[in-house]
Design a binder for this molecule. Sequence first.
Ligand code: MN
Length: 191
Amino acid sequence: MKFELIQLPYAPDALEPVISKQTIELHHGKHLQTYVNNLNKLIPGTQFENASLESIVANSDGTIFNNAGQVLNHNLYFTQFSPDGGSKPSGKLAEAINKTWGSFENFQQQFNEKGTELFGSGWVWLAKDKNGSLTIAKEANGSNPIVHGLTPILGFDVWEHAYYLNYQNCRADHLNELWKIIDWNVIDQRY
Ligand code: MN
């Protein structure tokens, strides 16, 4: 087993009511575990056998890309939350957000809009280029900003499995709630 299921840095019920224990257990314990298992079955005997996750996502396609992308996406996703989260970015990231979108609140609004309008399954990301310039990137299915040479900083999962048990069809409501559990210490460090 090359890749392993990432450990949650909080208890499964710690993010309630924003993300329920049942959703965490299914999303992390079942969906992500399946992506990890699939990837481990797919890569032996290929050029990706000893590659890093980021390198596989940047250079693969087809089912290897889909599963590697979803492992990377969810590793970033599940480690960006905290029951004590929900404040705001600080330092250089806060400056860059203000420079790009005028204010944190305007950035949040734009981010939520992109996540809401994304058709079907996918992700919305805050990403940076090699100069530190920020962008909001919509990615379909299991893709990640790495495929465009960008570094992912913050990602919201808009697949229905991420919210349907508690929010049903109301994706926008779910995205709006997620800001309450973002651990900006983690996000600031990714920038
Ligand atoms: Mn997911």
